[in-house]
Write a protein that binds this ligand. Structure first.
Ligand SMILES: NC(=O)c1ccc[n+]([C@@H]2O[C@H](COP(=O)([O-])OP(=O)(O)OC[C@H]3O[C@@H](n4cnc5c(N)ncnc54)[C@H](O)[C@@H]3O)[C@@H](O)[C@H]2O)c1
Ligand SMILES: [Zn+2]
Length: 335
């Protein structure tokens, strides 16, 4: 079933209980090019048979300009034009890079997503942020531009490795922590295996998270206010992610613990322990040894920095996040 959501002047069709087979009814396959990665392609090769497909190497280290360049060369070779639709079929790396390429190729062509990782289903495919990394700086270059559609086919998850399930839960726990106490309690009650085994509950959880993020973005697409709250755990997380070769989920889990402890000190937040326990329950790391000076160097380049202050997302309580301006100096002392 199709549900359409409006983001300022743009409409995005969501298919929550879609199937890959119905993609041909959404776009004209002759005028479409799929971008995927080698893991998703290898695990689902049959599905791609009738589609023009560009297969990327898998991994965050390929979410860079060099990959954009090779894809653009292939698009020119394949004679992609303004009527071509690009479809990112994959995890957040594939959706981020596909949306970015579609936004710059011929000054912008249309695009859609089939998110295949839990993380992409609940987070990366939603909201129109598409970008690439530059050196250790995450998402340093990018655009905000909405896809035409997001088609969810949860059968892709059958081949998703366990550690990638855990990464997806990092964003789900983030959503619960900043916005939804009831979901936080639900997650505390259940565990990873529960959702892996129960299709209905999993589908409901994915939809709940997708709607939560959609609503936040609809209210503040260009991140002037409320959308910033989605960065909970991401300021320190991003600084750690590419320096220490942590996955996105692992990095933001550590970032959330740090932010929860800071919330304890600055806002008298009482439940850092519950955040830590929940992350542990879903197999995520809650601490890391890192070089303070190195990490602060990257933090200083954070997109949320203004002069010597960073807009840091803290928790007042579970389900209620706030934006606090914190000086780099204070962060240094508390890191
Ligand atoms: N644009 C946004 O708003 C937003 C939000 C959150 C995260 N992100 C970005 O998303 C990225 C992380 O996303 P991710 O964790 O999905 O990373 P990813 O795309 O690297 O996918 C993780 C791994 O799982 C594999 N995979 C994906 N689907 C599979 C499937 N169905 N079967 C087997 N293997 C599969 C991939 O090949 C990869 O090895 C980061 O770059 C992050 O910055 C973007
Ligand atoms: Zn994230």
């Amino acid at each position: 079933m199709k549900k359409t959501f409006q983001f300022n002047d743009n409409f995005v069709d969501y298919f929550f209980d879609g199937s890959f087979a119905s993609l041909k009814e959404i776009v004209d396959s002759k005028n479409s090019i799929i971008i995927t990665d080698e893991n998703v392609f290898a695990a689902h090769e049959k599905k791609f048979k009738k589609w023009n497909t560009i297969v990327l190497k898998a991994g965050e280290e390929y979410k860079i300009q060099a990959t954009v360049d090779t894809v653009i060369e292939q698009l020119i070779e394949m004679q992609a034009d303004r009527n071509t639709t690009l479809i990112g079929v994959g995890g957040g790396v594939v959706t981020d890079i596909t949306g970015y390429i579609a936004s710059v190729y011929m000054r912008g062509i249309s695009f859609g997503f089939v998110p295949t990782s839990l993380l992409a289903l609940v987070d990366a495919s939603i909201g129109g942020k598409n970008g690439i990394d530059v050196d250790v700086y995450k998402n340093m270059v990018g655009v905000i531009r909405q896809p035409k559609f997001i088609l969810n086919d949860l059968s892709f998850l059958k081949t998703l490795p366990d550690n990638e399930w855990r990464n997806g839960f990092a964003e789900i726990i983030k959503h619960a922590a900043i916005n939804n106490l009831a979901m936080f309690r639900e997650l505390e009650k259940n565990n990873l295996l529960f959702y892996q085994k129960r299709k209905k509950e999993l589908a409901a959880l994915i939809q709940k998270n997708s709607l939560l993020k959609t609503k936040v973005v609809q209210q503040d697409e260009f991140e002037q206010g409320g959308r910033k709250l989605l960065n909970f755990g991401h300021t320190l997380g991003h600084a750690l992610e590419n320096q220490y070769e942590l996955s996105h989920g692992q990095a933001i889990a550590i970032g959330m613990v740090y932010a929860a402890k800071l919330s304890q000190q600055l806002l008298n937040f009482k439940n850092a322990g519950r955040i830590i326990s929940l992350l542990e329950k879903y197999g995520l790391p809650t601490e890391a040894n890192f070089d303070k000076i190195k990490v602060l160097g990257v933090l200083k380049m954070d997109k949320k920095r203004q002069n010597d202050f960073i807009n840091f997302i803290l928790l007042e309580r579970i389900g209620k996040a706030v934006i606090e301006e914190i000086s780099i100096e204070k962060l240094y002392d508390n890191i």
